[in-house]
Design a protein around this ligand. Sequence first.
Ligand code: ADP
Length: 576
Amino acid sequence: MLENQMLQFLNSDFQQFTQQDKQDKQDENSETEVPNNSQRQLRVKSFEEKPANKPLNLIFQMLLQKKTQKRQQIKVDPKSIPLSINLSVQVQELPIIRKIMDKNEWKKAHNFDGDILWCGPDNVQQAKQFTYDFAMVFMNLCISRIPGAKLISTKKETTSIMAKMRQYFPSIYNFYPKTYTMPEDLHEFIEDFEKKDGISYIAKPDKGTQGQGIFIVSQIEDLFNNGVKDISYIKKNYIIQEYISNPLLLDDKKFDFRLYVLVTSLKPLIAYINEEGLARLCTENYQDITSNSQNFIIHPPDFQKINFGTKRTYTSAKKTLMKMGIDVPKLKLRIEQTIVRFLYGIAPFLLNSTREVYQDKWEKANCFHVIGFDILIDRDLKPWIIEINANPSLEITQVVQNPNGSKRVETSSLDAYVKTKVIEDAFIIAIKTPQEQIEQIGKGKYCNSYKMIIDGQPPIENLDLFYKLVDLYSNLCGLRYGNLNQMRFCRLANNPQLINELLIKSDYDLIYKKIQLKSLQPDLNFLGFLEAIESISDKLLKRKASNYTLQKAVTYVVNMALKAPQQHQRPLTAKR
Ligand code: ADP
């Protein structure tokens, strides 16, 4: 029932997108002015602080209010915004950042100063140390990384969150192929593999490999080094994924899209998709793996040979698909809808990490993140998210072979074109407060190359469940977010709605102990807490016997717990 409601909502969301698209077409020749709102302010400190920048601020406002003819869009000239970029935590300056700074005459900021702190892929190491102290020192800057983005930087982590979302909302989270992590899910995989009917599996190293080391699993032995079927020989750090065996082809070649998504706020959730992206084609014509026997070799897209047409822009690939008779607007909407669903799933987990870092100052966290999505389209025009990259490549050079066989490195104009848009426009949007973004841009509208796809509104209450869990966890943790001790956890049992003859107060102690011992941590982290709430809802509602879905049962417990905050505060000795 609840899930039906949610599907209905997402479908209405989908219709809205369709209407928006129709509207865009109708709007093509008309130009409307956005009402002037003098109260809108920019987040860029320099505008407010430096009188000399005031005229530029006005230009910015004017440009902001001008829509293009083509669609609902605000155009901002990056040069009109005098940004200063702090590269002090950047181990190695990225050529693309320097290029964007030069192009727009953006200044380099030093020490703890500037508008934007660039934390690019080269300092993942550094970003892992995104601690409270780091956050406080750079509190006044807009940071190009969301704490805890490591949650989406490895296939293993993404898989575990997507598995959780699929468990709760199976008909919504059906766009990430079923994935097993090794060695943890070996037994489950063997079971599924043995009863496999027409499903093929692909094995991929956990970390991005640019296509290296990927193979089709034709027999269980393939998962073990030297084919020795013994757990100690298992190929570690691999994930096994259901293979999408009916890909849509582009010029007879398998391809995937690399699209760029910008997240500028987690609560409220605000996200954008870039209109441009890449399509990466395989070098060989596609062969159906069912017509091949063993040792089928995957020919991944070749990321370097763009001269051979293996890498194109999203726009040019869409044009080719259109010529092939594909309903491209429909495909585009489906892709956006899939990304929206993914983001609703992942955002509460990212919010949890942000709160762990920023503690009571989390609402002041001023972070954004550009995420790369690898999307494969099947012949039914269904988009599958096959990989998410928290550090999408910002490389703008390529190796080219000279006629004499020697090699040289040159700038790839295709990469430079796409990636410049992606980063430059991300900066322009991210410096605005969430409120300004919602007011000035709005859902379905573009700001330069980015289209807002989530405008701070949760889709419906149910998909909000994990956000509520973060709130509940926070209420219980008190001042130290991220560290839930036993006494605080057991306050849940002071709520008369959360105990019955099947679940008594001492069970809360047992549930806590069991999970905490397993995690080897002194306190319960958010994932441990989630497990504890699942356990409470199982017992309280006799879930398995009563056919409650996990989602419904957990929603009940969370709603009850959030409804009675006063009772949580009572000491353990309080009357029930
Ligand atoms: P990498 O981390 O090396 O980029 P990817 O997960 O992007 O690995 O996979 C590389 C290529 O393998 C993809 O571009 C796609 O062509 C193919 N591939 C990956 N996963 C699947 C899948 N589940 N089904 C079909 N093809 C896949």
